[in-house]
Design a protein around this ligand. Sequence first.
Ligand SMILES: [Zn+2]
Length: 244
Amino acid sequence: MSTVLFVALASIGTALATGLGALPLIAPRGFDRRWLGIAGGVTGGIMLAAAFRLISEGIAVGPYRTIAGILVGALLIWFAERFVGGDEEQYFADMAQGGRKAFLVLGIMTLHSFAEGLGIGVSFGGRPGFGLFVALAIAVHNIPEGIAISLVTVPKGMPVWKAALYSVFSSLPQPLIAVPAYLFVTVARPFLPVGLGIAAGAMIWMVMAEILPDALCETDTRAVALAGTIAAAVMVLLQVLLRV
Ligand SMILES: [Zn+2]
């Protein structure tokens, strides 16, 4: 029972971290979008390292179930994206202006946060320390997402505090998915490696389809690649030092 509460708190914490992304918008001289590209590279590196950490955790329990999970994760996002489609930033801009397309926005956010919530939930199903590590990685990754949302909404006249609120709102599917996912793999143990694989597959997809293409729009390839590679190395260093 106490772990359920911990999973809920950790995933609410990752959602709140998204709100920190609005803070750079307070800067009087504005926010240099090149930093968004660098942040995207960092995020990509963190998410790839976290995804492969989920995979190695799954392989230790059930290698073939993990591999099947990776493919299921990719398929899930494939079908979900065909169903929802469209440009995330545009929807946030629309939402800031008049609350139109709110359902689509909700759909896209749920889709994107699905893998992250699942990743947090199933990794707590493995070991609590491991779950916390994955939650921290996702919390750091959420900050640039908050920046991206704030960069679309604040110039359109939204106050920074409200942009922070919208950013947190965009990550709310994370706690909503993390808790049931945790409960499910605790009850249905054989699904733990499948769940780890699904989360990892969906995260790899997200890096390829969203995070890196977005980052490359903001700054040059070498900066993104350098930021991503260093972030991945730091993640592995943390795994070694913290033994998670
Ligand atoms: Zn995300």
